[in-house]
Design a protein. Structure first.
Length: 419
């Protein structure tokens, strides 16, 4: 920021506001530096909210599941308040809605587990705080005695992430005033009531069953595998690839492995969501355990990802000028690129089948074998020709052909045996 020179006939006297001008300049500079960032962050967040809202309206998905879970939690808290305050006439209906609110979890099993953990933590916190109050006769002393012990117990793995509720309950118990056997029993009863209502609402009202994530993640693995194979094929065909290009391919195969970890997490989540959910409730929601692809599909796509990692590693070695193996000639690489595109088509067809966008008997199994056999035969001829001339390209081509055969055999089970 520039400043106009002072006029010779209007020189400001010393300390006549220069510090204030400098301060205002610093404020303006700070605003210029920081101003756009909060606005940009707000716009980004608004965009995310808008996309999530559209996803809720579009159809079933993770966003709609979150909306359902939130509404169920709110409904459980309201029901617990009505039961405790209206039906049972409790003048301090606090614990029941509070506990019911946090009992509505992503699965019925996790709700039941968290109910046991939280009830245990609240019971321990209430009893220990009451005992400390009875022994010391002073609220501050009771807090000083009970809180250190409860915070240590909060780290006990048996409590999970619910251990801190023991300490907070102790604070509420002692801050409420006089601690009597009736008030302690009342608090424990309210806790148990809220837990029963929260778990009951979660289990009986649209029980959360997460089977969609496994299928979606499997479809994503297949789609991303096909995309990566198409990228490799296109760049091999153009001949414009080097060590930097192969590094990108290697990162793509690493992302596939990360996607497999997400798939494994979704698989565990789906198994947990099926625990403690009754058959009639599943039927009411139209949920079938057979909707989830079998575990063998995870293993199959894990092997496919491993073959793709080996393929990209072989190409990375061939692109390294300091390594002995050299890539095959351009014509053979173009043929190999055609073969990779055949495999990529099978991967994408499998992704579409998993998402219900293709016939159940498709997924690459109906693709013609003849083009693949012809491409494979041309590569085999090239391999024999190279074997008579030089060794290095034979090593690379043989490894690439082996990985392509393995990919095809896993992507289209039984196709290689039929061919």
């Amino acid at each position: 920021m520039t400043r106009a020179p002072d006029s010779p006939d209007r020189t400001p006297p010393p300390d006549s506001g220069a510090p204030h001008q400098a301060a205002r300049g610093r404020v303006r500079l700070l605003g210029q530096l920081l101003g756009p960032r909060p606005v940009h962050a707000v716009r980004q967040e608004a965009g995310r909210v808008g996309r999530a809202a559209r996803a809720v309206l579009r159809g079933p998905g993770r966003e709609r599941d979150l909306v359902v879970q939130s509404l169920k939690a709110a409904g459980a808290a309201l029901l617990a308040w009505v039961v405790a305050k209206v039906w049972l006439g409790d003048p301090m209906a606090l614990m029941a809605p509070w506990v019911a609110l946090v009992m509505v979890q992503a699965t019925v099993y996790s709700s039941l587990r968290r109910a046991a953990q939280q009830c245990a933590a609240i019971f321990v916190g209430t009893l220990l705080a009451s005992a400390a109050e009875a022994l010391t006769g002073d609220t501050l002393a009771a807090l000083a005695v009970s809180l250190p012990v409860l915070m240590l117990l909060a780290n006990w793995s048996r409590f999970g992430d619910q251990g801190v509720y023991g300490a907070t309950t102790a604070v509420f118990t002692l801050a409420a005033g006089s601690v009597t056997a009736a008030s302690v029993g009342h608090r424990l009863w309210q806790t148990a009531l809220g837990a029963v209502i929260g778990v009951g609402v979660n289990a009986l009202v649209l029980p959360p069953i997460h089977l969609r994530d496994v299928r979606e993640n499997l479809a994503a693995v297949a789609r991303e595998a096909g995309d990566l194979l198409c990228t490799v094929a296109a760049e091999l065909r153009s001949g414009d690839w080097d060590a930097r290009t192969t590094a990108d391919w290697s990162r793509g195969s690493a992302r596939l492995e990360h996607r497999l970890e997400t798939l494994d997490s979704a698989r565990r989540w789906s198994r947990e969501s099926l625990r403690l959910t009754s058959g009639p409730l599943r039927a009411l929601r139209g949920v079938r355990a057979s909707y989830v692809p079998p575990d063998t599909e995870d293993e199959r796509w894990g092997r496919i990802t491993g073959h793709m990692r080996a393929l990209t590693r072989t190409l990375a070695i061939a692109a390294d000028e300091d390594r002995a193996p050299a890539p095959p000639d351009a014509e053979l690489l173009r043929t190999y690129a055609d073969l990779l595109e055949q495999i990529a088509g099978a991967c994408r067809a499998e992704s579409a089948r998993l998402l219900g966008e293709a016939p159940a008997d498709d997924g690459g199994r109906g693709l013609a074998e003849q083009p693949r056999r012809e491409l494979h035969g041309r590569l085999q001829e090239g391999l024999r020709e190279h074997a008579g001339r030089e060794g290095a390209p034979v090593t690379v081509l043989g490894s690439l052909l082996l990985q392509a055969d393995s990919l095809w055999a896993e992507t289209v089970p039984g196709a290689v045996r039929r061919g």
